[in-house]
Design a protein around this ligand. Structure first.
Ligand SMILES: NC(=O)c1ccc[n+]([C@@H]2O[C@H](COP(=O)([O-])OP(=O)(O)OC[C@H]3O[C@@H](n4cnc5c(N)ncnc54)[C@H](OP(=O)(O)O)[C@@H]3O)[C@@H](O)[C@H]2O)c1
Length: 364
């Protein structure tokens, strides 16, 4: 199953909004076939593993399969994987995650059992679930999975008093951010970050793909000369705004941007509404790389699933230097947003803490 998980992750960035899935076929303790879902619309992992056996003339009847996600039993872009498993005479299937997709949800496993195949569920379940947290939210709630990410110094600053923030963390941490850009369908910032940093927000990994860029900008202050606007014809760029005057929006559209004229909440684009709109465009995940203003609004509107805090071993200081979450802020410690620590990882000298947000009113 560990090998199947490793295979599944090779599809990162290319299978969205499908799940990442890996499959391994084993006979007498030896791997005889491997497959994974390579890109949206392509063969599912199970069929890719059968194709691998066939390509090498290996007979897999009577063998066992390890698959990270419950096999599908419905016709989508591909025929059901259960049919292929039954047709190839697999005798036992080890499954990692159950599929919460209502079209599958236990039916895949049941169909295999009904056809005399032994099924063992929950093998390395936590590890398998972790690779598809985006898919699980999108398929059950029809909303993008939102990861709020920021890099700060040990005294909690995301930029210096000058606004300069390149770079807080080292190369290894920044490389991991690049991998997360690949994992997410969209990257979102506020206009404050565009004005200060003029970022590209592209994926710099070799063979990677760019996420859709989303800028929250109430009154279209994004400069027409900014990097995000100037490259909008090659890297999709959405600007969520309250502005709807065509005379103002048309120059951005001419430059290749998509303008989402939104309903306002407290004089700014309503982020819950924005998530629904992004979901309707097939965007299953958002990496929120904003500054403190947008981060606070995102937490307050209940859209954030996970927080990634990179901490660099340096102290920046400065009474006016920004911190990762601004806005109004909580009135007392008990009213802060509670996080459940999930994992602590090290990247060079920097630390990454990943936590889930525990919304008390279940408004997420
Ligand atoms: N170290 C890091 O990880 C990191 C990451 C990002 C940024 N930064 C730094 O953070 C600084 C910028 O901070 P910032 O807080 O100004 O940036 P921001 O959060 O990216 O942008 C804030 C602006 O976004 C606009 N906005 C649009 N819709 C919004 C909504 N629903 N809620 C909140 N804001 C909304 C608001 O302006 P309008 O109302 O005019 O639209 C607001 O002033 C820069 O110095 C940058 O270098 C650091």
């Amino acid at each position: 199953m560990r090998e199947a998980i490793e295979l599944a992750q090779r599809g990162m960035g290319f299978v969205s909004p499908n799940p990442m899935v890996g499959a391994v076929i084993v006979r007498d303790g030896e791997v005889i076939g491997r497959g994974y879902h390579k890109k949206y619309g392509d063969l599912h992992a199970e069929r890719a593993a059968f194709a691998d056996c066939e390509a090498r003339g290996v007979d897999c009847s009577g063998a066992e399969m390890y698959v990270t996600l419950e096999p599908c039993c419905h016709h989508g872009k591909q025929p059901p994987c259960t049919e292929a498993i039954i047709g190839h005479g697999i005798k036992c299937v080890y499954v990692g995650s159950s599929d919460p997709n209502p079209l599958v949800a236990g039916k895949g496993v049941q169909e295999l059992r009904d056809n005399g195949i032994e099924v063992v569920e929950g093998v390395l379940k936590d590890e398998c679930d972790a690779i598809n947290e985006i898919f699980f939210k999108f398929i059950t709630k029809h909303l993008p999975f939102v990861t709020m990410k920021y890099a700060m110094s040990m005294d909690g600053k995301i930029a210096c008093r000058t606004g300069e923030s390149k770079w807080i963390t080292g190369e290894e941490a920044r490389l991991n951010v690049q991998r997360d850009r690949l994992r997410h369908a969209a990257i979102m910032v506020g206009v404050g970050t565009v004005l200060k940093d003029d970022p590209m927000l592209t994926c710099r990994l070799e063979g990677g793909r760019n996420a859709i860029r989303v800028v929250c900008d109430s009154s279209l202050r994004t400069p027409l000369t900014s990097n995000v606007v100037c490259t909008a014809k090659t890297v999709p760029t959405i600007i969520a705004t309250l502005e709807s005057d065509v005379a103002v929006t048309q120059p951005y559209i001419d430059m290749g941007c998509t303008i989402l004229s939104m309903r306002g909440k407290n004089g700014r684009p309503d982020l819950r509404q924005l998530m629904k709109t992004l979901s309707s465009l097939g965007i299953d995940s958002v990496l929120l790389e904003g500054g403190g203003e947008l981060n606070w609004s995102a937490l307050e509107s209940g859209i954030v699933d996970k927080v990634q805090t990179y901490i660099a071993p340096k102290i920046i200081g400065g009474v006016g230097a920004k911190s990762p979450v601004a806005g109004l802020g909580a009135d007392k410690p008990d009213n802060g947003f509670m996080l459940e620590p999930v994992a602590v990882r090290h990247f060079g000298e920097d630390i990454l803490i990943e936590s889930r947000v525990k919304y008390v009113h279940g408004n997420n």
